[in-house]
Design a binder for this molecule. Structure first.
Ligand SMILES: NC(=O)c1ccc[n+]([C@@H]2O[C@H](COP(=O)([O-])OP(=O)(O)OC[C@H]3O[C@@H](n4cnc5c(N)ncnc54)[C@H](O)[C@@H]3O)[C@@H](O)[C@H]2O)c1
Length: 373
């Protein structure tokens, strides 16, 4: 079997993908900068199997990338800057810059790379797809700040202002609403355009909220499962933004790794963009209710009337295309995924609640806002 490079392979999805590749007999090399908050001690994580060759380096650095690409036939490009903060240029430099550099080196050096699988995100859809009873299917813009400050959460039709019904979002229309989403879409554009132009088979997979063991417990800025479980393990109630009626779909990390493997091994997805998501959407309240039961916690979530400016109201992916193209469907339920995460989180030595610190930073930067009553 040949050698595969996984950028960001010391992280959550990358390490599960590396495990599966090794199980299937591939040689795996990881390029990862071991950056905080995922790697607070900047050390090789214990979960990264010994069979993985780790190069500590940055996807923005030409020397690191050239070294990492030597002798590989396929690349999973998963390293990314993900956060909710206002350092906009960092999203462009890491996510877009790293992707452009990857193709630049492959082309410059005529490297025999036969497949690139890019880890993209459902975030590219922004508010996703809705149905207005009067005006049909809509891909609405971000909800106005004034509306959110009034605690009026639902998405309105851009033509008549009526509340709309959320629909499963397919791959056809993107509508990025924040710096992370813009950078993920830009990564797709670089990858698919340069891949086609230079005959490097490329697949972009848009993951929904991915869950399971190894999802960093140190990053409080995103991840409902992570932030809620860390609070619960500190005997604190999970905090819910808006009113908790937001719809989301959740997918298990092992199922995502399986989709990655299929994209590598089958040619049917080449130059395609495919959603990798869960079976059915749940509201945030339903999801947190399930977590409270799983953890045996006799408490209610806190709903303090806060919102993150730039968050989507409802978004959940239509996964019919990836089933048709790659024969993939998720096999692990959100409950099983959460159970595995809770068991893993309980075994971690440092479970400090970082919510308060993260909330203060997000408030200072104008990301986390309060309803004006
Ligand atoms: N986790 C999710 O729910 C989710 C959802 C949609 C898309 N994605 C995408 O999937 C990919 C993997 O996400 P994850 O959840 O495993 O994230 P993660 O933070 O657990 O892993 C990312 C890894 O990339 C490394 N990294 C960051 N910047 C780097 C740089 N400049 N150079 C080299 N390495 C760098 C980090 O050290 C980390 O180990 C990302 O591209 C992300 O945008 C994740």
């Amino acid at each position: 079997m040949f050698k595969v490079l996984v950028t960001g392979g010391a992280g959550f999805i990358g390490s599960h993908t590396a495990d599966l590749l090794i199980k299937k007999g591939y040689e795996v090399r990881v390029l990862d900068s071991l950056t905080p908050p995922v790697h607070p001690h900047k050390e090789r994580p214990a979960y990264l199997t010994e069979d993985v060759e780790l190069i500590v380096g940055d996807v923005r650095n030409r020397n690191d990338m050239e070294k990492a690409l030597q002798g590989v036939k396929a690349v999973f490009h998963l390293a990314a800057y993900q956060d909710y903060l206002t350092d906009f240029s960092k999203f462009a430099l890491v996510n877009e810059g790293g992707t452009a550099l990857l193709y630049e080196i492959i082309v410059d050096r005529c490297l025999p790379v036969e497949k690139v699988v890019l880890g993209s995100s459902q975030a590219v859809y922004g508010e996703g797809k809705y149905q207005c009873s009067e005006h049909g299917v809509q891909n609405p813009p971000m909800r106005p700040l004034k509306q959110l400050e009034a605690g009026n959460w639902e998405v309105k039709c851009p033509s008549c202002g009526e509340q709309m019904k959320p629909l499963p979002t397919d791959e056809s229309t993107v509508n990025p609403h924040n710096q992370y989403a813009v950078s993920k879409y830009a990564q797709e554009l670089y990858a698919l355009t340069l891949g086609k132009r230079h005959d490097i088979p490329t697949v972009a997979l848009r993951y929904s909220i991915t869950q399971g063991p190894r999802q960093s417990i140190h990053n409080a800025y995103s991840g409902l499962l992570r932030s809620s479980v860390v609070r619960l393990l500190n005997n604190l109630a999970p905090v819910i933004y808006e009113d908790g009626q937001q719809l989301r779909d959740y997918v298990y990390v092992g199922d995502v790794a399986q989709a990655n493997l299929l994209a590598l091994e089958k040619g049917t997805a080449d130059f395609e963009v495919l959603n990798v998501g869960g079976e059915k959407p749940l509201t945030v309240l339903e999801y947190v209710g399930m977590l409270l039961k799983l953890c045996g916690a006799d408490m209610k979530p806190e709903i303090p009337g806060q919102f993150r400016f730039g968050d989507m109201r409802h978004v959940f992916s239509d996964i019919s295309r990836i089933e048709a193209v790659l024969g993939w469907r998720p096999v692990t339920s959100p409950k099983e995924a959460a159970q595995r995460y809770v068991a893993w989180a309980q075994s971690q030595p440092e479970i400090e609640d970082s919510y308060a610190g993260a909330a203060t930073t997000m408030k200072r930067l104008g990301v986390l806002r309060v309803v004006e009553r």
